[in-house]
Structures are given as structure tokens and as C-alpha cells.
Design a protein around this ligand. Structure first.
Ligand code: GLV
Ligand code: MN
Ligand code: MN
Length: 416
């Protein structure tokens, strides 16, 4: 007989472990959390996770692109695999739960079955991807794209802010750039990801858990605005000010996002002014644009409007515009059959029918959907705040997520 208190302890441990991983040596930032792909903090985190996976009865390996995988065998050696996971990397000055909580919750689910000596006709694997955030290289989801067999080449022009190529960063970890295609997973039954909601809908509904219906498509662009650096004494009508062009562009991009539809969001989240100084008219600016929407065609339409607006602004201001698309991520729908099982697991565990949510945030699940049926469990987070050190989840909510994952896996076992 499984005691509720025992399952509860698992939820608490999953959260406490994220808190431990929120600082040195699991962060490459002195104060707060920054865990970029293939950095020292990422390596330290994989070491800690490997210890926890081992304690939970898993054999542990790291694949060709630095994804950690804990394996808990099924009842037969050739059993298919149920993957439970998320990402271990973070944005700069990020929160302690985005991604990593899905990994520590996966470990706790396996630990639970290990304690009860329970095996299924499928293996359980806890998977922790790097590079979901794209916070070091302009690549993105290298871990899940490799696992899903979608990563084809390594682009040698891809470097981090210090000029280190992705190829070198992989080699520094002893990872072979020629082997990354071997990371493709075979015989995958399903992928399940638990993640904080990163929006306030669950909080507003006063509910701890929700079911995800689908994930928005994303475009990301790197925009270069080239004007002419000049003395701050230059007459206003003589200037080709790249930063003023960026400012006008940013408000145009915001207005296009705000004009909707409701599921459209547009963000300029990064801007650099080359050789910026108080007495120099800015000549060179780089900025990023991120465009997301769930409804097919909305993202494409917004991208067209934004690029037209940028062209018009640049033309008017005599600025040379370069646009590079660095990301094109197709949205994904969760699998209906898996969602039905997860819905039952939530009803079972929590006694309510969960709300069905759309995710504007990207997740490894949208990549894994190319490989296998996938589903996602959302956990309430305070104010919906994420990508911020103030990110926060309640203990009880994580415990609820843990009980639900245990119930979900058990039900998948019963239905096979
Ligand atoms: C990842 O958090 C993303 O949605 O960009
Ligand atoms: Mn994130
Ligand atoms: Mn995330």
C-alpha cells in the first residue's frame, strides 16, 4: 500500500533540488541563475542529476550532444521507452524551475516505482536536454532536435558571445560533432513533460495543474541596422541614426503584436549598440525579434507585416537593413489519447477536471512530437512570471504534479 505522505515527499524533493541547482556551482552567473548549454554550470548540473538518477535506480548516460538520460528498464529488454523530461539549461538571470523541474519530477516518479519494485512493459527514461533556451548559441533545442532525429548539420558560423563555436564547445566536452546524429532515439512509446505554466491562467482559475492542448509556432530573427556613426554635434537632418531606427522599429513591432489576434505575441528582447557612447550618433545596431502564435498563418502574417514595417522605417531613415531568420519552430499539438490519460490522472489525483491550456512558451515537447506522441502537464507558477529570478511555485502544487505523474505512468501501464 503506497502512503500519500511518501508520494508527497517526492514532490517536495523535486522542488528542493531545483532550489539547490539555482546557484553555484550550477550557475555560470555570480548572483542568480544562468545555466547555458555546454558551460561549466551545465556540466556540474549533469553530475548532480546523474547522482540522483543513480539513487533512483537508473543507469545514466550522456548522449552525443550533452543530453542526460537515466534509464529504468522495463519488463523486457526490447521494451519501448516512455520518456519523461524537459530541459536543464536556463536563460540569463533566469528562474529556478523553468525546465529543470520537469527533470527532477521525472527522477522522483522513477524513484517512486523503484522503491516499490514496480516495472512496466515499457522502460522509463528521464531525459534532461540542453539548449532549449538558445541562451548561449543562436541554435535552439539542439538536445531534443538531435533526439528526434531533426538536427542535420552543425553550422560553423554559430558562435557564442565570446566567439566560441558550437563545434568547439561540443569538442571541449569530449562530444563528437560527427556523432550527434546517433542521438536519435528509437522505439519511443511517448514523451511527457511537466513544466511551470509561465502564464497566469492556472493562478487565476485557482487551480494547481492544467493540461496542455498545444504549443505556439515561433520565428526568431536577428536584425542588423546599419546607419553611420557620427559626432553628436551632427545636424539632426544629416544623421543616419541606427538606434533611432531601432526604437521606431520596436514600437512598430509591439503595435503589430498588440493589434492581435489574441494568440499573437511579438518581442524585441535583445539589442546591442556597437561602440555606443554619449557623444556618438549610433551607427550599428543588432536586435532580435521573436514572433509567436498558435493559429496557423497568424505568425506568418505578422512576420510579413513586421518585415514590411522594418523596410519602410529603414528606407525613410537611410538605414541598411539585414534580416536573418535564426529560428523557425513549428507549433505542435499534444496527443489526444495521452491527454485523455493525463486528464484522468489529474481527476484521480486532484478531484477536478483540468483546464486545457495553450502554451505560448516553446518546449522540447514540440520537437519530440515529431518522434512520438507527446503530452504536457502545466504547474501553476506565481503571477505567471518566468524567465525571471522571481519565478516561484508552491510546494503543494509540485506535490500534486508528482502524484499526477505517478498516476499517469501507472495508467499508461494499465492501458498497454
Ligand atoms: C523558451 O523558453 C522559449 O519559449 O523561448
Ligand atoms: Mn524558458
Ligand atoms: Mn522551459
Amino acid at each position: 500500500m503506497i502512503q500519500a505522505s511518501e508520494i508527497q515527499a517526492g514532490g517536495t524533493r523535486a522542488k528542493v533540488r531545483c532550489d539547490e541547482l539555482g546557484g553555484s556551482p550550477y550557475s555560470d552567473q555570480a548572483d542568480g541563475l544562468f545555466r547555458p548549454y555546454l558551460g561549466p554550470a551545465h556540466r556540474a548540473t549533469l553530475g548532480r542529476l546523474a547522482g540522483w538518477m543513480d539513487e533512483a535506480g537508473m543507469s545514466v548516460e550522456t548522449d552525443a550532444v550533452g543530453t542526460i538520460i537515466g534509464h529504468y528498464a522495463g519488463t523486457t529488454p526490447d521494451a519501448p521507452v516512455l520518456l519523461i523530461g524537459s530541459h536543464v539549461d536556463s536563460v540569463r538571470d533566469g528562474g529556478r524551475y523553468d525546465g529543470i523541474l520537469g527533470v527532477t519530477l521525472g527522477i522522483e516518479a522513477v524513484a517512486h516505482f523503484h522503491r516499490h519494485n514496480r516495472r512496466f512493459p515499457f522502460a522509463l527514461e528521464v531525459i534532461g536536454f540542453g539548449d532549449e533556451e538558445g541562451s548561449r548559441f543562436s541554435t535552439y533545442m539542439m538536445g531534443s532536435r538531435s533526439a528526434a532525429g531533426l538536427a542535420q548539420t552543425i553550422d560553423d558560423s554559430v558562435t557564442d558571445r565570446d566567439g566560441i563555436t558550437l563545434r568547439k564547445a561540443l569538442a571541449d566536452w569530449g562530444l563528437s560533432t560527427t556523432r550527434f546524429k546517433t542521438a536519435r532515439r528509437e522505439n519511443v512509446l511517448a514523451y511527457v513533460e511537466a513544466h511551470i505554466e509561465q502564464a497566469p491562467h492556472l493562478e487565476r482559475a485557482a487551480l494547481p495543474l492544467g493540461l496542455v492542448r498545444g504549443i505556439a509556432s515561433q520565428y526568431r530573427y536577428r536584425i542588423t541596422l546599419e546607419g553611420q556613426a557620427a559626432h553628436a554635434g551632427t545636424a539632426m537632418h544629416e544623421r543616419r541614426d541606427a538606434l533611432a531606427a531601432a526604437a521606431e522599429s520596436i514600437t512598430a513591432i509591439e503595435a503589430i503584436g498588440a493589434a492581435g489576434p489574441d494568440d499573437l505575441v511579438t518581442t524585441v528582447g535583445f539589442l546591442t549598440v556597437e561602440n555606443g557612447a554619449p557623444n556618438v550618433v549610433p551607427g550599428h545596431v543588432i536586435m532580435t525579434v521573436d514572433i509567436r502564435a498558435v493559429t496557423p498563418g497568424v505568425r506568418e502574417n505578422a512576420a510579413r507585416q513586421i518585415l514590411e514595417a522594418l523596410e519602410a522605417i529603414s528606407l525613410k531613415r537611410n538605414i541598411t537593413l539585414s534580416v536573418e531568420q535564426v529560428q523557425d519552430l513549428q507549433g505542435a499539438l499534444c496527443d489526444e489519447a495521452l491527454n485523455a490519460i493525463l486528464r484522468k490522472a489529474i481527476i484521480d489525483t486532484m478531484g477536478y477536471t483540468p483546464p486545457v491550456l495553450l502554451s505560448q512558451a516553446g518546449h522540447d515537447a514540440m520537437i519530440m512530437a515529431h518522434l512520438a506522441p507527446m503530452t504536457m502537464l502545466f504547474i501553476r507558477c506565481a503571477g505567471g512570471i518566468s524567465h525571471n529570478p522571481a519565478e516561484s511555485v508552491e510546494n503543494d502544487d509540485v506535490e500534486a504534479a508528482h502524484r499526477t505523474l505517478v498516476s499517469f505512468i501507472t495508467r499508461v501501464g494499465e492501458e498497454r
